[in-house]
Design a protein around this ligand. Structure first.
Ligand SMILES: Cc1cc2nc3c(=O)[nH]c(=O)nc-3n(C[C@H](O)[C@H](O)[C@H](O)COP(=O)(O)OP(=O)(O)OC[C@H]3O[C@@H](n4cnc5c(N)ncnc54)[C@H](O)[C@@H]3O)c2cc1C
Length: 440
């Protein structure tokens, strides 16, 4: 239950401040005051723990996948923002300085300006942060600039939030809870330090060089890198890397790409990159010899914990083939005799990548290869339309394929539809691995 451990760990961290507050045994106030304080404690803890859900920590992403971590990060941040916004509104006690005899602020809510302003700043920044994340595409800000602003604003929200808790919080005056806030703040700071300073520094010892860039169909490129250091990069077929080509090691110009090569094929790694936005549009112009940096491996789209699967079904949409061909290549290179099926959907024939190699794998490895085109050319003999439920039924509604592993990668609507069909066919969810290429 790897996901269960993560959920328990998460709950333990975000509920710890509430637990410490409760353990203080202070005289209770009205229900609205307690609710308001509770939401404030919960929101602050959730915001601090968000820094561990940056999608860069293998202990987290390796268990549930980066896309699940990133979507949880987004959802939990929005929930924390709602709690934080409700927190000042719900207080029902008079907003006045506490009488001198009321040392635990039982009768009033702390509203002195020095206690309040860090909270107001944190709240405004948090609202801006979540708004900018939801409306990122509409802002037109370059992704890398947006990421930098996102990180800086998040760090400020955390800092001002903890400052406010320590100054204004009734329960946070307790040394135990105050220490917990400072501890969580330090962990959040270290998470940022690790991702943006320490990990890049470590990468300096492992430089890569681009050895080949070749066109592989419609606006799609194969980029091959070779290590300029002794040794290899350990990874599993199907995992992905944060790739920085031609920028300084500390640059935020790095993007996630699945590794399309097979680990047992040697030291080189290969990527299949489809032009998408500002950065990838320039892929074809990368010159061999260009310096590159890799932060890897990440991702859970691997056969690692599935030795007992009796076959492997790979279902790809467009450039979603990248991790799946890595898996297929590895199965072939290691002489794995389990049966394989590759269902590969594209819009038109010009988008089919590694066509000849796939034909070769179909002949030599016995992979059942099913091409699906929604805009087929004249004389096309493969499947047409979408990767539909009936097509999936045709191939997988068989008792001997229920114990297979199903590995999916492609556009989110396709993944949702394929996953629903497989579940309807009785494939257990534990046998379905999927990864999407967008975090939005
Ligand atoms: C786990 C994973 C594996 C991927 N594997 C592949 C692959 O093998 N081949 C492939 O062609 N594409 C892959 N992608 C998609 C690829 O990362 C984006 O197409 C690429 O980052 C776009 O960069 P850009 O500079 O052209 O786009 P930009 O113009 O900078 O941004 C366009 C959009 O791309 C996304 N994006 C850009 N930069 C990042 C980033 N650093 N992190 C996350 N999202 C970003 C955002 O949604 C952004 O709005 C993968 C994505 C993920 C999350």
């Amino acid at each position: 239950m790897p996901a269960g451990i993560l959920i328990l760990g998460y709950l333990a961290l975000v509920l710890a401040p509430l637990g410490l507050a409760w353990a203080q045994g202070l005289a209770p106030r009205g229900v609205w005051d307690e609710l308001a304080s509770g939401l404030g404690l919960l929101a602050t803890a959730m915001i601090l723990v968000e820094f561990l859900l940056l999608g860069r920590f293998r202990a987290v992403t390796g268990r549930v996948g980066s896309d699940v971590v990133m979507r949880s990060h987004q959802l939990l941040a929005r929930v924390a923002a709602v709690f934080a916004l409700l927190h000042p509104i719900l207080y029902a006690s008079p907003r006045a300085p506490a009488p001198v005899w009321d040392v635990t602020h039982r009768t009033t809510v702390e509203t002195s300006w020095p206690a309040l302003w860090p909270g107001i700043v944190a709240l405004l920044l948090l609202a801006g942060l979540v708004g900018m994340a939801i409306g990122r595409d509409a802002t037109g800000i370059r992704y890398q600039h947006w990421r930098l602003m996102h990180g800086l604003m998040a760090a400020m929200v955390a800092g001002f939030g903890v400052w406010h808790a320590l100054r204004a919080g009734r329960y946070s005056q307790d040394p135990g809870l105050a220490a917990l806030w400072l501890g969580l703040l330090a962990v959040a700071g270290m998470a940022l330090l690790w991702v943006y300073i320490v990990a890049p520094l470590l990468r300096l010892r492992r430089p890569w060089r681009v050895t080949e860039v070749r066109n592989e169909g419609d606006r799609t490129w194969v980029v091959t890198l070779t290590p300029d250091f002794d040794g290899t990069m350990p990874y599993r077929a199907g995992q992905f890397a944060w790739l920085n080509v031609g920028h300084p090691v500390f640059s935020l110009d790095e993007n996630p790409f699945s590794i399309a090569s097979a680990p047992s094929a040697g030291r080189e790694v290969q990527f299949l990159i489809k032009e998408h936005g500002d950065g990838t549009r320039l892929t074809g112009q990368i010159a061999p010899g260009t310096r590159a940096w890799l932060e890897a491996p990440h991702g859970h789209l691997t056969l690692a914990a599935h030795d007992d699967a009796t076959g492997v079904a790979l279902i790809a949409g467009g450039v979603g083939l990248a991790p799946l061909i890595g898996i297929l290549r590895e199965l072939n290179a290691t002489g794995d005799t389990r049966p394989t099926v590759l269902i590969y959907g594209n819009r038109h024939a010009g988008q089919i990548a590694f066509r000849e190699e796939l034909d070769e794998l179909s002949r030599t490895h016995g992979t059942e290869l099913v091409h699906v085109l929604s805009e087929p050319p004249d004389g096309w003999t493969g499947e047409t339309g979408m990767v539909s439920p009936s097509l999936l039924k045709q191939h997988f509604d068989r008792d001997d394929r229920r114990d297979w592993l199903y590995v999916l990668c492609g556009p989110p609507p396709m993944l949702r539809a394929v996953e629903a069909t497989l579940l309807n066919l009785g494939i257990p969810s534990s046998r379905i691995l999927s990864e999407q290429f967008v975090y939005d």
